[in-house]
Ligand binder design. Structure first.
Ligand code: MG
Length: 343
């Protein structure tokens, strides 16, 4: 299970047993960069599998996740998603009403964020071959109309050497923004599934972020973006450190965290910074533009709790978390997700 959990064990597994078998191909953002999407001939391209259990949970369902997660992986590259593809594998005997409900949610989420579902595939397999329903959703996107002016704004303050908002594009001094409360999805889902009851206070944050991200790009100065899904904020920040060859100093008290999420995680013995989010973006921005970008994000419904949580520093490649009582500790990437099958 840890080989699929989004942490360091999964990175190692992918490198040794998956991508090592594939031919090396030239692409502007290739497979090896392990970014949110690839960029091939100026087309932004991604795919995502969805195995969330249960199919319906507080704040969302597998249909909403499948659209939002895929739209977000394209959007955080600095691209505009233009079309979705979805493959659905259904277990024999699954109630047709459930199929209708999931597809209705998918359709509404796609309509809400303005990205059409343009192609797909449906299979039914014998009972037990999958657990109710699994989905795979892919998307293509094109360069955002705001990305050139966004990067030009960043280039007024420092050298920019990448045409996209990739994980390798953060430099010492850049501000790190998170677009809102962290840990909601993981706690809501785990609580609902296991019957702990925190889900009465915490709902999944699952949401498409293409609209919010466009508002940030319009302001300018954004150089990197990522959706902190499996492995959470801790994994995203550590990935940026190793791919951008930087360090980071993050202020714990500046990270938006709900009391119910902190208390729930305390009780369950898990770290809210290591569990998955489905409607958040981490954004690297030149420091001169950080306040303006936060203001723009806060004007959108998905970004209304956006905050600057820290800054990139010169190496070593690690995340230093400054605690509320003035201590400093290293925030490690989780070895594996403590909460399986949440997306
Ligand atoms: Mg992603």
């Amino acid at each position: 299970m840890n080989h699929g959990a989004g942490g360091e064990l999964m990175q190692e597994f992918l490198g040794k047993h998956i991508t090592s078998h594939f031919p090396k191909m030239k692409a502007e953002v290739p497979l090896d960069s392990m970014d949110d999407s690839a960029v091939v001939d100026d087309v932004v391209f991604t795919i995502d599998g969805h195995t969330v259990k249960p199919l319906f949970f507080p704040g969302g369902d597998i249909g909403k996740i499948s659209v939002a997660g895929t739209v977000n992986d394209v959007s955080v590259m600095g691209a505009t998603p233009i079309g979705l593809a979805c493959s659905v594998i259904i277990e024999e005997g699954l109630d047709i009403d459930i199929v209708d409900k999931v597809m209705d949610s998918m359709g509404k989420t796609a309509a809400g964020c303005g990205v059409p579902i343009v192609t797909g595939d449906t299979k039914v397999v014998e009972a037990g071959a999958v657990d109710q329903m699994v989905m795979s959703t892919s998307a293509i996107g094109k360069r955002s109309q705001y990305l050139d002016s966004d990067l030009a704004k960043a280039a007024e303050y420092r050298k920019i050497d990448n045409r996209w908002c990739t994980d390798s594009n953060v430099r010492p001094g850049d501000a790190i923004i998170v677009s809102g409360y962290v840990g909601d999805h993981g706690v809501a889902l785990l609580s609902f599934r296991e019957g702990y009851g925190f889900d009465a206070e915490v709902q999944s944050d699952v949401a498409p972020l293409n609209g919010m991200i466009a508002e940030g790009l319009k302001v300018g100065g954004i150089v990197a973006m990522k959706d902190p899904t499996r492995g959470g904020l801790a994994n995203t920040l550590n990935e940026w450190c190793s791919k951008s060859h930087i360090g980071m100093e993050i202020n714990y008290s500046d990270i938006p965290l709900r009391d119910a999420v902190v208390n729930g995680c305390d009780l369950l013995g898990i770290d809210p910074l290591s569990i998955g989010n489905e409607g958040k973006a981490v954004i690297g921005v030149v420091p001169e533009m950080a306040e303006e970008v936060v203001k723009a994000l806060r004007r959108t419904p998905e970004g209304k709790n956006a905050a600057i949580i820290g800054y990139a520093t010169e190496g070593p490649e690690r995340v230093i978390l400054k605690t509320e009582i003035g201590g400093r500790r290293i925030l490690e990437a989780p070895a594996g997700d403590p909460v399986p099958r949440i997306c």
